[in-house]
Each structure stands twice: as C-alpha cells, then as structure tokens.
Design a protein around this ligand. Structure first.
Ligand code: AN0
Ligand code: CP
Length: 317
C-alpha cells in the first residue's frame, strides 16, 4: 500500500514533475482507474483549496469523493487512549478510523498541529493512527508537520516557470497575528532540498525550523540580503518551533512584510504563497497582484498535484 505523506512518497522529483505535467495535459485520461473507487476526505481544520482541488482530482480520475468535516456534523472525536469518556466527545478515533476505512478505498486527511504537545505533533500522532488503523492508503491534506500536495504543486509551479537550471528559491517568514503550523514551511524545505535548488531560508531569530527539515539549506537572518538575486520568493508565516516557544507567536514585525521595494532586490523574482494570504501583512496588495505573482497558477496546480498523487496510489490498488 502506498501513502502520500512526505517527499519520499513522490519518488524521483523529475519523474514526479513529468507525472504532474501528464495529468495536467490529460486530466480525464485515467477515468477507468478510479471507476467504482471512493475517496473520503476528512477535515479536522478549515480549507478552501485542498477541499475543492482534491475532490476535483478524485472526480477527474473517475472516483467518487465524500467529504466529512469532523467539526460540523460528525461526532467530536476523543484522540487520547485510556481516558474515561465522560466529557463532550462521544466517539473515539480508534473506532472512527476503521469505520471510515470500511467505506472507501483511499483516505485524505487534514489534521493540523495542535500545539499542545510538540512530540505528538512531530510524531504525527493522528496521521499515523489513520495509517495504522484504517487499512487504506492515506493522502495527507496537511498534517501536523507537512503539507505534501501543496508543496508538490509549488514544485511543479517552480519547474514550469524557472529559467535557470538551478534557480535561487527563498523561503521567507512574514508576520501573521495567529499561531500557524510549520507544516507548509517544513514541506517546502524538504522538497526544495530534494530538488537541489539554491535554497535559502530567512526569518527572524527565534523562528528556526526543525533542523531535520532545514537540512543543508542556507539560513540568512537578513531578509534583504536573502532576497538578493532570488528567482522565486516563497512567503509563509509559521509559529516558533524552538523550545520554550513551540507554537507561539513571538514576533509580528511588519518589517518582514514582502513589499515591492524588497522584490526589487531580487532577479525579477516570482512571488509565491500557498494561500490563504493576509494582505498587507504577509505581502502587500501590489506584490500579490503583480504580474510576477504566481499565487493563482500555484493554487490551480493543486488539482494537478492531488491528481498525480491519487493516480499513483490507484495504480497500486
Ligand atoms: C494554514 C497553515 O498555515 O498551515 C493552512 C495553509 C495552507 N493556514 C492558516 O491556518 C491560515
Ligand atoms: N493552500 C491550502 O492548502 O489552502 P486551504 O487551506 O484553503 O486548503
């Protein structure tokens, strides 16, 4: 059985790009593959793009797609084993998972980091229970530490737009009022490192990411210096990873907002963000609307990445 959770599940990245381009050119060529197959998409957290693009991808492959919002109409799920369930949660995840598995062939699951327990988050406790107890292949729709269908789409978008064999790609932290997961940033790191790009990460002190995701990337604390000569600027906020501030907002410094002055330091770089984006906080209106902004084609590529990932799983069933 195959899952789609980390960059390793995508295999060779050049081949992953070719598979995505095939799906993009031939969206309905593999409808027989998904005939009479069902995908259930479980959301513990909100979504616009992932919800729509993954459904669309499953439908393009001839599958049925069923979406369940755990917080809207499903029973609240207990996730701790051994608790006396006399609170407000009528169902345990250990029954819910195999029940969901019995209704479908593939499960997509969105379950963000909860920022209650760093080990639970970084051990991917919830996602791994789905892997272990569902008996079905799992597609991560953003788990605690990674967002693979997002980063697959980001990688495809960069490959489509790059004009150098090894572009300079910069991941920049930007301010946000709420504590957001590190998942998008982590995934971006693992895919950019695997792609072998000239990859630079810039963020304020205290926002260091998990070293296992940073790998050999260059960390540059001076954002303007990091932007020099960049071909792609990828903005994202994340909450602190390092102890004792795990899951906390330790800065909302607007000097880190991406604006057109900073974009002028780059080599006419494209601007990217996974969306949803808070305007004039993460990046200015002008940057988001500029003709170098890829935020819409990047989001459109979410259908392509999800479809390529699901197709790869269907081929193993
Ligand atoms: C989420 C995050 O930062 O992980 C989802 C992004 C795809 N963003 C928000 O919650 C705003
Ligand atoms: N980029 C992304 O995953 O968006 P949603 O949270 O709207 O799905």
């Amino acid at each position: 059985m195959k899952n789609f959770i980390t960059v390793k599940d995508a295999g060779d990245l050049k081949e992953a790009f070719a598979k995505a381009e095939y799906v993009k050119k031939n969206p309905f060529a593999d409808q027989k593959l998904g005939n009479n197959r069902t995908m259930v998409l479980i959301f513990f957290n909100s979504s616009l793009r992932t919800r729509l693009s993954t459904q669309k991808a499953a439908l393009n492959l001839g599958m049925n797609a069923i979406v369940l919002d755990i917080n809207q109409g499903a029973w609240k799920l207990e996730t701790e084993r051994g608790v006396v369930m006399d609170g407000d949660k009528p169902e345990h995840i250990l029954e819910a998972i195999p029940v969901i598995g019995s209704y479908c062939d593939i499960i997509g699951i969105r379950s963000f980091a909860r920022f209650e327990n760093k080990n639970d988050d970084y051990e991917e406790k919830i996602l791994n229970e789905f892997v272990k107890y569902s008996g079905k292949p799992i597609v991560s729709l953003e788990a605690a530490t990674r967002h693979p269908t997002q980063t697959y789409a980001d990688y495809v978008t960069i490959e489509e737009h790059k004009t150098k064999a090894r572009p300079k790609v910069v991941l920049t932290w930007a301010p946000h009022p709420r504590a957001l997961p590190q998942a998008v940033a982590n995934s971006f790191c693992e895919w950019m490192n695997a792609a072998g790009y000239d990859f630079v990460i810039t963020h304020p002190h205290g926002y260091e990411l998990d070293p296992s995701f940073v790998g050999n990337a260059k960390v540059e604390y001076d954002q303007k210096k990091a932007f020099e000569g960049a071909d792609f600027i990828y903005a994202k906020n994340w909450a602190a990873y390092a102890d004792p501030n795990y899951g906390k907002v330790i800065s909302t410094d607007r000097n880190w907002t991406v604006d057109s002055e900073k974009m002028k330091l780059t080599d006419n770089a494209y601007f990217m963000h996974c969306l949803p984006i808070r305007r004039n906080l993460i990046a200015t209106d002008g940057v988001i609307e500029s003709d170098r902004s890829l935020v819409i084609p990047e989001a459109a590529n979410r259908v392509v990445s999800a479809q390529a990932a699901i197709k790869g799983i269907l081929e193993t069933l």
